[in-house]
Ligand binder design. Structure first.
Ligand code: NA7
Length: 544
């Protein structure tokens, strides 16, 4: 074990540290952390496990991967010149283009000189006496900092179900979240895709084009809305750029950090023919437009049923085989309770001769064999098995790090019953540790880039205020944290989102506590709350 810099006690009695701030992860959050801290005169360093910036957009390079928030909105707003210069080509950007954007930003602001790649943070330990953190990497190096910011990403810990016999399989096993660099040759092969969440839905039509035969193993069907992705015209881009400032403000003051605004009407108040007309219009526009048609889709079961039935009718119209259509429409949870999925030709793909849908809820996977997958009633032979099985979301990557707070308390123990974070930003017992888009904040329910900028800006301003007042220690109070967690739970409990076994609740990970991880009161309300707390002298935080 080596230590990069010897620590010494300065004349002021304060322990000297290597950096003011260490960030963990160089996705969009870690990159902006470097930029923002630097701009404000803090020394900062970020460690990244992969060998490139971009986080999830670097790891998820499976065919068809793209963002479900419009590209002109899913981008940084901190520098007007950047948003004026960068030219997005499509309404919903493919992962590769988002990665190019991330690399462009890294080069443009020379971010990489403050990022160490190929280096995973394995531990972060707080020293109470000296009020600093020691961060240990998998290379055996230690670095100290006054503050640590977890910029680890929400969907960075791939979930690979451990089926019995998986090690015996002689073909290729791939997870969508760790797609091989050089791509995968699927030409003419017998391919399985396990999982029909966002990754599966984006991937399946692409695999069907290449594979000899594709078997989709579906446990729960998804509500898939047509993305209707298009190339962006010069006129559109020019107009958007000319109004960027105003549009960014609108997004920041919206429910989801996007330019989507729900209707003011309750489903029950709209006559049946008008409901139908609205839903048809929204379906034709595509994207998440359908989810904006009535104000109460997310909270009222009857309104939700109207929209869910509409989608099911569209699926039936698209899929020619009756039994397959039955399976694809067999969802029993409310629409929107799991993350809504945007697809392109997803349902139509099941009309191809080389595509088969297997229901693994009725006939579960029991084991892998040398040549394929065994279900209770059948054996399927494959050359390639693709796991589109999702992620140990939000808390997964944090719990992989041995985080120790006051008195050596382990974060994983403190969070054993679910994450405990005030405002999604700081945790009691873990002073000077911040989370970017952490549990208890709107997180993935908002446009992630907007949410990231809001969090990093808030953290930077907090550190700046503390520097001005010669303060060095900030910690969430236990009372404020308890109240916030209760508020987050109360809001979630008023919605239909708790009625699905989704990764929002940790329900996809065996043994993970079932706790709704996101603040559902809306991004604009959340942002205003964070600002008010700051203006009121950081209410709920103890600073000294
Ligand atoms: P998701 O949305 O968590 O989807 C994972 C899919 O894999 C889902 O259909 C799961 O079925 C299925 N799954 C998971 N484990 C199994 C096992 N053991 N057997 C069969 N099927 C399984 O992950 P994605 O990567 O698609 O999307 C994650 C987010 O990335 C997405 O929401 C966007 O925000 C971007 P289940 O529903 O659990 O029955």
């Amino acid at each position: 074990m080596t230590t990069s810099t010897a620590r010494a006690t300065s004349e002021s009695g304060r322990v000297e540290v290597d950096y003011d701030v260490i960030g963990v992860g160089a996705g969009f959050a870690g990159m902006y952390l470097v930029q923002s801290m630097r701009e404000n005169g803090f020394s900062v360093h970020v460690f990244e496990a992969l060998d490139e910036v971009g986080g999830t957009w670097y790891a998820n390079r499976y065919p068809g991967c793209r963002c479900d928030v419009q590209s002109m909105e899913y981008s940084y707003s901190f520098d007007d010149e950047l948003q004026q210069d960068w030219r997005w080509t499509e309404k919903f950007a493919p992962a590769g283009e988002i990665l190019e954007y991330a690399k462009h930003v890294a080069d443009r602001y020379d971010l990489k000189r403050d990022i160490t790649f190929d280096t995973r943070v394995v531990a972060a330990v707080y020293d109470e006496a000296g009020n600093y953190w020691t961060v240990t990497t998998d290379k055996g190096h230690q670095f100290t900092s006054r503050f640590v910011v977890m910029t680890v990403g929400s969907l960075s810990e791939a979930l690979l179900p451990q089926f019995p016999g998986i090690e015996k399989f002689s073909g290729q096993l791939i997870h969508t979240g760790a797609w091989p660099q050089g791509g995968v040759d699927l030409e003419g092969k017998r391919v399985a895709v396990i999982g029909t969440g966002s990754s599966g839905v984006q991937l399946i039509p692409e695999v069907a084009e290449r594979a000899g035969h594709l078997t989709v193993l579906q446990r729960t069907p998804a509500y898939v809305l047509p993305a209707r992705n298009v190339e962006l015209s010069d006129e559109f881009v020019t107009d958007f750029r000319s109004r960027y400032g105003e549009l960014r403000d609108k997004a920041r003051n919206s429910r989801a950090g996007t330019l989507k605004f729900p209707s003011d009407d309750l489903g029950a108040d709209v006559p049946e023919h008008e409901r139908q007309r609205r839903m048809e219009e929204a379906w034709a526009i595509g994207g998440t437009e359908l989810m904006q048609t009535f104000k109460d889709i997310g909270v009222n079961q009857e309104t939700n049923d109207i929209v869910a039935d509409f989608v099911k009718s569209k699926i039936r119209a698209a899929v020619s085989d009756r039994a397959t259509a039955d399976l694809l429409t067999s969802m029993t949870y409310p629409i929107g309770a799991k993350r809504i999925i945007l697809g392109t030709d997803y349902y139509e793909t099941y009309n191809r001769d080389n595509v088969e849908l297997v229901d693994v809820s009725a006939d579960p996977i029991t084991a892998f064999t040398e040549t394929g997958i065994e279900t209770r009633n059948a054996h399927h032979e494959f050359d390639v098995v693709i796991f589109a099985t999702g992620f140990d979301a939000v808390t997964g990557p944090i719990s992989k790090i041995d985080v120790r707070g006051v008195g050596g308390a382990a974060l994983v123990d403190e969070w054993a019953g679910g994450p405990r974070v005030y405002l999604g930003l700081g945790s009691h017992g873990f002073p000077n540790l911040f989370f970017s888009t952490g549990p208890g904040s709107p997180g993935v329910l908002a446009n992630m880039v907007v949410a990231i900028e809001q969090h990093i800006d808030w953290i930077t301003r907090t550190l700046t205020d503390m520097r001005e007042r010669n303060q060095t220690r900030i910690e969430a109070s236990e009372t404020a944290q308890d109240e916030w967690i209760q508020q987050v739970a109360d809001i979630a409990n008023q919605t239909l989102a708790i009625k699905a076994d989704s990764w929002y609740l940790g329900a996809n990970v065996p043994g993970k506590p079932r706790v709704f991880m996101f603040y559902m009161g809306g991004f604009s309300t959340y942002r205003a709350t964070c600002e008010k707390i700051r203006e009121n002298g950081y209410e709920g935080f103890v600073i000294r």
